[in-house]
Design a protein around this ligand. Structure first.
Ligand SMILES: Cc1cc2nc3c(=O)[nH]c(=O)nc-3n(C[C@H](O)[C@H](O)[C@H](O)COP(=O)(O)OP(=O)(O)OC[C@H]3O[C@@H](n4cnc5c(N)ncnc54)[C@H](O)[C@@H]3O)c2cc1C
Ligand code: SF4
Length: 509
């Protein structure tokens, strides 16, 4: 069979049909599984509700790109609007719009999962080939010195001045020209992401990829042949305009930790653990304001991280503490994060080229839940815990000292009310951040949990093969299964674990 990408918003809808394996979601998890199953000779169909947006269509313009590349056009948020929940919605998923940081699951976390949660396949020696395979898929390499921009260099300079441990991160770019718009898609395809690696290989192996195709319901979950109701979407992905059914022996749900639980809940599939234990890993931005031009928008946004305060083998939580990573957003996103409007907002944005920003990234314990109402409305319920708030305050205090050490005039924590820090002595002001709902511009890019892997149905939503409890051959292969946060970044962990779960599936089919 010849593989292909078929855009259902432009082609006539297929009659209902059957396939051996149906994969829902074309991101790091789904694309990896599609490629490996296709290459092993299996019949594979992939459903993706986003479209294939490549090349010149990646216009580097905020409004159009958030509209077409992000879930809910970038407007998705937790129930009380405290956390902006960012996910990709495009062929290739989040890998298309992420910042390319390659951070594998640390050995401490793998040991934690293998011992505390009995996830024996994640024991470091057993998991190593899959982790290595992910690094190969990503063409992972250390970011070269000549691609470290001024903003990242400032963070590094401050960290080194204060004697803090840090590192230049690994990434999955090849021939990057430093255009700086990674968060709204790379127009020159420098990212070795699922769209550029696993999807072409899956298609070459015969997989059929349907875009603007949304899975809305799985039925006959306990039977040999499952049925998945699919709705086609219009070219911009706003409205559903037709439906059909795909029958499949094996269904792999790889729609992101939120989308996977959402689909299972909507279908009434799985046990009471489905939707629970959501991890959002909320991150808080902080901005160093300099007198000189920094031009953080020019070049790779996220290249240097301060790792001094991160623990990789906390006995209770695995990954814990916090890290401080340079970042920069496009004007659209930065202006929405500044806590000013009108003239103060204009004054803030007038300093755009003198900003060096960071994200404060603290792992959280599972603190949320996915809910789907009768009218299909999704709620992402999440309560930020006091220990998470405190680590972010401590991170803000230390990040402020780092920027001041590097020569910043002042440091802004963009909360309401805004916190300005002008000397190391004033850094303690970061302890005043209240984290009252919707007063801190937190973002989540690393959703995990929701269908936890567990050896027993009592403790989780899916077994150690990723099979959803109470079903016959319906699987979750994405970060839904993670019992605690895998890493400070989730793309590499997800490709590794999808590789591992696919290899296990291949021994049984
Ligand atoms: C802004 C941002 C920056 C990030 N930066 C980094 C980084 O630098 N390094 C890193 O390691 N990680 C990063 N991440 C996280 C990483 O990109 C994600 O964890 C990863 O892409 C998730 O892979 P996935 O396969 O689980 O889901 P996704 O990549 O989200 O793919 C799921 C796909 O399923 C589709 N879908 C959902 N529901 C349905 C349905 N019902 N029917 C059909 N299709 C459906 C979606 O449209 C989506 O394309 C970032 C994420 C974001 C949002
Ligand atoms: S910095 Fe520019 S060229 Fe490099 S990956 Fe990001 S968008 Fe592409």
């Amino acid at each position: 069979m010849t593989g292909a990408i078929v855009d259902l918003s432009r082609e006539s809808l297929p009659e209902s049909f059957a396939t051996e394996i149906l994969i829902i979601g074309s991101g790091s998890s789904g694309a990896t599984a599609a490629r490996l199953l296709g290459e092993a000779g299996h019949e594979v169909v992939v459903l993706e509700e986003g479209r294939d947006l490549i090349g010149a269509e990646r216009t580097q313009r905020d409004a159009a790109m958030y509209d077409q590349l992000y879930m809910d056009r970038g407007g998705r948020a937790s129930h009380d609007l405290s956390i902006s929940v960012l996910q990709g919605r495009v062929l290739g998923g989040g890998g298309v719009i992420n910042t390319c940081d390659v951070v594998p699951i640390p050995e401490g976390v793998l040991n934690h999962w293998a011992t505390k949660y009995q996830l024996e396949d994640f024991a470091p020696d057993k998991f190593e080939p899959f982790a290595r395979g992910a690094l190969e898929d990503l063409s992972a390499s250390r970011i070269p010195e000549d691609l470290i921009n001024v903003a990242n260099a400032k963070l590094r300079q401050g960290a080194e001045g204060l004697g803090l441990r840090g590192e230049v991160m690994m990434h999955n770019r090849v021939s990057c020209r430093g255009l700086g718009t990674c968060l709204i898609g790379c127009p020159i395809h420098a990212k070795r992401n699922p769209r550029m690696v696993a999807i072409p290989k899956a298609i070459a192996a015969g997989a059929r990829v349907l875009t603007r195709a949304r899975a809305v319901k799985i039925s006959k979950a306990n039977q040999e042949v499952k049925e998945v109701e699919v709705r086609a979407l219009d070219p911009r992905g706003y409205h559903e305009h037709g439906k059909f059914t795909i029958r499949a022996k094996i269904v792999i749900v790889a729609a992101n930790a939120i989308g996977s639980a959402q689909l299972l809940l909507r279908s009434g599939v799985g046990n009471g653990h489905v939707g629970k234990n959501l991890i959002l890993q909320p991150q808080l931005p902080i901005i160093g304001l300099f007198d000189e031009r920094i031009a953080a928008f020019d070049g790779i946004p996220q290249a240097y991280a301060i790792t001094e305060f991160e623990e990789e083998d906390n006995p209770e939580f695995g990954l814990w503490g916090y890290r401080i990573e340079a970042i920069m957003g496009t004007p659209g996103i930065v202006s929405t994060m500044l806590p000013f409007t009108g003239a103060p907002g204009m004054h803030g944005m007038a300093q755009y080229d003198r900003m060096a920003a960071s994200l404060l990234l603290a792992p959280d314990r599972p603190s949320g839940q996915i809910e789907v109402a009768r009218d299909r409305r999704l709620t992402i319920r999440y309560e930020q815990r006091p220990d998470h708030q405190q680590r972010l305050r401590d991170a803000a205090e230390n990040a402020a000292k780092v920027y001041l050490e590097a020569g910043a005039r002042e440091v802004l924590v963009p909360t309401v009310p805004a916190v300005f820090i002008r000397s190391a002595k004033e850094a303690k002001k970061a302890q005043e951040i209240s984290f009252a709902p919707a007063t801190a511009p937190m973002i989540s890019a690393h959703q995990q949990g929701t269908v936890r892997f567990a050896a027993s149905e009592r403790d989780g939503g899916a077994d150690l093969d990723g099979r959803v409890y109470g079903t016959k051959d319906i699987y979750v292969f994405d970060s839904s299964g993670y019992p605690t946060t895998a890493s400070s970044h989730t793309m590499t962990p997800i490709i590794s674990s999808s590789r591992m779960l696919t290899a296990k599936l291949l021994t049984r089919i």
